[in-house]
Design a binder for this molecule. Sequence first.
Ligand SMILES: Cc1cc2nc3c(=O)[nH]c(=O)nc-3n(C[C@H](O)[C@H](O)[C@H](O)COP(=O)(O)OP(=O)(O)OC[C@H]3O[C@@H](n4cnc5c(N)ncnc54)[C@H](O)[C@@H]3O)c2cc1C
Length: 173
Amino acid sequence: MDEYDVVVVGAGPGGSTAAKFAAEKARVLLVDKHRETGSPKRCGEGLTLDAFRDLDIPLNKRFINKEIYDSIVYAPGGGEIEIRYDKPAGYIIERKIFDKFLAAEASHNGAKVLADAHATLSIEGGYISGVRILHQGEERDIKSRIIIAADGVEFQTGRHQYNHTPPGHGLML
Ligand SMILES: Cc1cc2nc3c(=O)[nH]c(=O)nc-3n(C[C@H](O)[C@H](O)[C@H](O)COP(=O)(O)OP(=O)(O)OC[C@H]3O[C@@H](n4cnc5c(N)ncnc54)[C@H](O)[C@@H]3O)c2cc1C
C-alpha cells in the first residue's frame, strides 16, 4: 500500500496550490478524477492581482489572455454599477493552461500528481485512514494522515460521514 503525508483530492487552483506549498515540507500526492487538468472549465476566468500576489503566482503570458480595466456588477433588480480602474485590476486567464501550470508547480516542488484518479475517503473503525483511488481502471489504497478536500463545488470528500480523526490526523476542507 502506498503512503503519503498529505493527499490532496482535486487538482483545481485550490488543490494544486495547497499541494505546491505542502510539498515543500511533506510527501504529497495530488489526484484529479479528470484526465485533463483544468477541463471541463466552469469559470469566467477573471483573476484579481491580489490573488496572483497572495498565492505567489507569476504573471505568465502562457495563461494570461487580457488585462481587466473595467468591471460591471449586475444587480438582480436590473440595476448595474460600472467600475473603471486606472491600471489593471487583474487578468482574464486561460484556465486550461493555468490549472496545468499550477499542477506542474506542485510536481516541481516534489508532489506526485495523478490524473484520471477518482478518490473516495477510506474509513477504518470510524476514522479516515486515507483514500481509495480508481486510477485507469485499477483500485489503489493510499494511506495518509492528512487529506485536503479540494474537490470543488462537487465536494463529496468533505461531505463524507466519519466520527473523529485520531490525534495527528486531519481532514482539511
Ligand atoms: C460559472 C462560473 C464562473 C466563475 N467565474 C469565476 C471568475 O471569473 N473568477 C474566479 O476567480 N472564479 C470564478 N468562478 C469560481 C471558480 O471557478 C472556483 O472558485 C474555482 O474553480 C475553485 O477552485 P477549486 O480548486 O477549489 O475547485 P475546482 O476548480 O472546482 O477543482 C476541483 C477539482 O476536483 C476534482 N475532483 C472532484 N471530485 C474529485 C474526486 N472525487 N477525486 C478526484 N478529483 C476530484 C475535479 O475534477 C476538479 O478538477 C466561477 C465559477 C463558476 C461556476
